[in-house]
Write a protein that binds this ligand. Structure first.
Ligand SMILES: NC(=O)c1ccc[n+]([C@@H]2O[C@H](COP(=O)([O-])OP(=O)(O)OC[C@H]3O[C@@H](n4cnc5c(N)ncnc54)[C@H](O)[C@@H]3O)[C@@H](O)[C@H]2O)c1
Ligand SMILES: O=C(O)C(=O)C[C@]1(C(=O)O)C=C[C@@H](O)C=C1
Length: 307
């Protein structure tokens, strides 16, 4: 492994999972963690998420050759400012933020003299906080790196090696392209889930108890997604604004077409779309990519919220 010491800033679902995965898969790699919330730092120590948990971000990154910012995308600047004075000159600074272009810009502005290689492990659950982390989160999942155009290739290769060691399949992508793809595959689906659950709970005829009572099927899947962390997702939509708006306009057009088909009794249009989307689902399953996260439902830490 090309790294000796990794500093993990932010010890929630992502940071905690990285710490646990390193302990399991790269036991010789030293891990130091930090979180801005003192309760999270205490809990991270109890859970052993990292080899040690520092009381200060600057102390955590001292002598680290890899620093991973695992904070909401809106907190990246504050987190980067806090580590700036103590970073080793040769350290690789990365992150796990769900949107990439603006985060990359913020990190480059805040840490102009350092190697920044943004990353996004496309792996998560609706849970957050230090108790949500688990070692197998990244196994068999994609991790997308979005290095700047003239990034040091050896350092990009080292970061790839790190994520592969945690079980991920690594892909390199342009940050703007990443943001467009993730807008449609992750960000808008979350927005749809938040909205449909909100709409259902707002309807006067459908009382909250009925929403819960009849949510055994498709709606229940939406409630899982809609239980995702509000801070994280507010920040994603504030940061990936342009790509989300572009993809949302397309989605709204397509939703409008479906509305027209229903209004006109055009069963053929509906049948065609539903047949096409069913084939997409089958294709995903044939590639061996189920929609369940690794071990989902088999261990306590991955069970649904509120159960
Ligand atoms: N949850 C997911 O499914 C998922 C998946 C992939 C990537 N991500 C990305 O990972 C990042 C972290 O998400 P998470 O799910 O682990 O969130 P989380 O809420 O579980 O953890 C975030 C932690 O960051 C801490 N924090 C906030 N500001 C800080 C600062 N300035 N310095 C130090 N610590 C700070 C918080 O106290 C919290 O403990 C986000 O950028 C998110 O977009 C999330
Ligand atoms: O499965 C879930 O609960 C997730 O929301 C995971 C998910 C996704 O949309 O795929 C959410 C945000 C991330 O940036 C990456 C993964």
């Amino acid at each position: 492994m090309p790294f000796n010491k990794v500093a993990i800033i932010g010890l929630g679902l992502l940071g905690g999972s990285i710490g646990l995965a390193v302990r399991e898969r790269l036991p010789s790699l030293e891990t130091v963690g930090f979180d801005a919330d003192s309760d999270v730092r205490s809990r991270a120590r109890e859970l052993g998420l990292c080899g040690s948990v520092a009381e200060d971000a600057a102390i955590a990154v001292q002598d680290a050759d890899l620093v991973i910012l695992c904070v909401p995308v809106g907190a990246m600047r504050t987190a980067a400012e806090a580590i700036a004075p103590a970073l080793s000159p040769g350290a690789v600074v990365s992150d796990v933020g769900s949107s990439k272009e603006r985060v990359a810009r913020v990190l480059a502005e805040t840490l102009p003299d350092h190697t920044i290689i943004p990353a996004h492990p496309v792996a998560g659950t609706e849970r957050s906080g230090p108790d949500a982390g688990f070692a197998s989160l990244f196994a068999g999942r994609w991790c997308i790196l979005t290095p700047p155009a003239h990034a040091d290739e050896a350092k990009v290769g080292a970061l790839m090696q790190f994520w592969r060691a945690l079980g991920s399949t690594v892909e390199v992508m342009d940050a703007a392209h990443h943001d467009m793809v993730l807008a449609v595959t992750s960000h808008i689906p979350h927005l749809v889930a938040y909205t449909i659950v909100g709409t259902a709970s707002d309807l006067e005829e459908v009382t909250r108890s009925e929403v819960i009572k009849y949510s055994a099927g498709g709606f229940r899947d939406f409630t899982r997604i809609a239980a995702s962390d509000p801070t994280m997702w507010r920040d994603v939509f504030l940061h990936n604004r342009d790509a989300v708006l572009e993809m949302m306009d397309r989605f709204l057009r397509d939703l409008g077409s479906m509305r027209n088909a229903i209004d006109a009794g055009d069963g053929e249009a509906m049948f065609d779309l539903f047949t096409r989307t069913r084939a997409i689902r089958r294709g995903i399953l044939e590639q061996g990519q189920d929609d369940a996260r690794p071990d989902f439902g088999r261990a306590d830490h991955t069970q649904e919220t509120s159960e």
